[in-house]
Design a protein around this ligand. Sequence first.
Ligand code: HPA
Length: 286
Amino acid sequence: MVHEAMTDARSFQAWKPRVDEAAAFVRTRSRTQPGLAVVLGSGLGALADAVERDATIPYREIPHFPVSTAAGHAGNLVLGMLEGKPVVVMQGRVHFYEGYALGQVVFPVRVMRELGAGTLLVSNAAGGLNRQWNAGDLMVIADHINFMGTNPLIGPNEEAFGARFPDMARPYDPELVRLAERVAVAERVPLRKGVYVAVSGPSYETAAELRMLARWGADAVGMSTVPEVIAARQMGMRVLGFSAITDMATGEVVESVTHEAVLAVARELEPRFVRLVRRIIREMTL
Ligand code: HPA
């Protein structure tokens, strides 16, 4: 039993060759050389409709790609132009709670990096912990807390992706956060800024857990994003993240949260999210 971890490390299969294979496959379907990678979270897939498409590739066709099982996640890789920028968009993602190892969860981000994307824009649906906020708010992520209990970089380090101990002092690019805030003012889209805490799920939090997370300094709680951001930062990508606050997770609400309610609120704020993000992408330098 003591040797279990060692055995796992010895039987470890490198991700890099699989990333290269997946990227090579995508290149057979699309000539787009993306500078920006976008991950669209629960109920936020509509941004993909704004892409002048060069290719739409179902995840299941891409070698080694994980396939999403959660409702509200389409499961397509979309390539093309968005606001004059070459982009690769994940319409739907996979989560740790679906049973995937985090290496699989971050696989698509590594492929998008291999395709050329130097910037990652991630989004998610999240519960609001900050008592000043409301369901339907949009938040730009200033920082995160990894409370998933694991990390996508656990295991033998693959130098091709980056350092063994990557810095996480400023995972969310301060310049991009400032750009988001400036565009939000210009577009008159109210925008919160705060700390996202990632939990494993799939059960929602108890009232005691929510009180704890709020006291830790988190403003929003969700079940995604942090693994992708950690992997992206190891690879040197600039990151910008958004949370759609789909429910107030303060532990005091009478009604309990349901996945359907989360998706309904995400769809309601989707047009605002799309408007904000399109203009940010237009004004971004890649
Ligand atoms: N908790 C965790 N994840 C979530 C929530 C929540 O309240 N809302 C949307 N995703």
